[in-house]
Design a protein around this ligand. Structure first.
Ligand code: SF4
Length: 339
């Protein structure tokens, strides 16, 4: 498969009064044409910062892509001047955010909001853009689009608003769609509908998706591959099956253990004890060491390198070193009936 987007050793820092917060520390991954990759982790793991770095939506004055490359169609987005990014953002790479209300302008009809990007990036006439906007609303499942196009965001329910946001993001046929917690603000039934819609649209349009989420249930529904982030680093990547059925990193075990199981007798969720590392003073060794029940001396002093488990599966954990003791994942991390 062809690589569409590739991040190589990306480091992102925020400059605060307290010092430099190293929010993303050496992240590398790629996205293939038409695939769906989930980036999973707790809040503060660096997943949203990574996706905003791709879109170059981080605040200029207080943040910086310090190192690394973000390669998209032969260009390094990490160093591309803002003028060049304006041609890519919204056209080649689009993004949808958690809360549809904050992504929509409350004072503009949704028709105008969809047409804006089409007029700007695709040089469409007003009537062409209007026709395309109606078709987009149909595509995302909004009934009576000819009428609803004239309405304002407050006249739509939360789920319908997220459909509008998806329509706007897809308006210019982007090659990549970044969805940052796209269903978190919605109730469970609507969440399922939006995930179905995204899966359907991906099949129809061939757009590659980067899905940012803390929810492994969402991953199982939509993604083909998964990157697990912790403490500003990627600790494990693999296909959905590899991550769900053969996870290798203790943090992934913790995430899986905290996921509700369909076949479990107890409905109690297991939280991962402890808190994420302070990225103002990141640990020298493994970022998960302070919370890991299997931490060894080497974990405290040396950052584990990524080890290949299969051609599609890698994890950064000293337990994969041949000198380490053999440790099996806890029973709660085995997902049998979770998918
Ligand atoms: Fe735990 Fe060590 Fe593996 Fe980190 S490297 S996850 S501390 S065993």
């Amino acid at each position: 498969m062809e690589k569409l987007l590739e991040l190589k050793n990306v480091h992102v820092s925020f400059h605060t009064y307290g010092g430099e917060v190293k929010a993303v520390r050496g992240v590398s991954f790629h996205l293939e044409k038409g695939e769906s990759l989930a980036i999973v982790g707790e809040s503060g793991s660096g997943k949203s910062v990574t996706s905003k770095a791709v879109m170059r939506l981080l605040p200029n004055k207080t943040s910086e892509i310090k190192e690394g490359q973000i390669l998209f169609e032969g260009k390094d987005l990490a160093r591309l001047p803002e003028k060049g990014m304006e041609k890519i953002r919204g056209k080649e790479i689009s993004m949808i955010f958690q809360d549809p209300m904050t992504s929509l302008n409350p004072t503009m009809t949704i028709g105008k909001q969809i047409m804006e990007g089409l007029r700007k990036h695709q040089n469409m006439s007003k009537s062409e853009a209007q026709e395309r906007a109606i078709n987009l609303l149909k595509l995302v499942g909004i009934p009576n689009p000819e009428i609803r196009i004239k309405e304002y965001p407050h006249q739509f329910s939360g789920g319908m608003r997220q459909r509008v946001v998806i329509a706007i993001a897809l308006a210019c046929n982007p090659k990549v769609l970044i969805a940052d917690e796209p269903t978190t603000a919605l109730d469970v039934t609507i969440q399922a509908q939006i995930l179905d819609l995204m899966r359907d649209l991906q099949k129809k349009t061939g757009t590659a998706i980067i899905l940012i989420t803390h929810d492994l249930g969402v991953v199982a529904n939509l993604a083909q591959r998964v990157a697990v982030m912790y403490g500003g680093t990627i600790v494990e990547t693999g296909t959905v099956d590899e991550i769900f059925y053969n996870p290798k990193h203790p943090y992934t075990w913790g995430l899986l253990s905290s996921m509700p199981k369909l076949n479990a007798e107890s409905k109690e969720l297991l939280a991962i004890p402890g808190t994420p590392p302070d990225l103002l003073n990141p640990p020298k060794g493994c970022p998960f060491a302070a919370r890991c029940p299997h931490a060894m001396q080497v974990c405290l002093n040396h950052m584990p390198e990524s080890t290949k488990v299969s051609s599609t599966h890698q994890a950064a954990c000293w337990l994969l070193d041949e000198r380490a003791p053999k440790v099996e994942p806890p029973e709660a991390a085995l997902v049998g009936g979770a998918r």
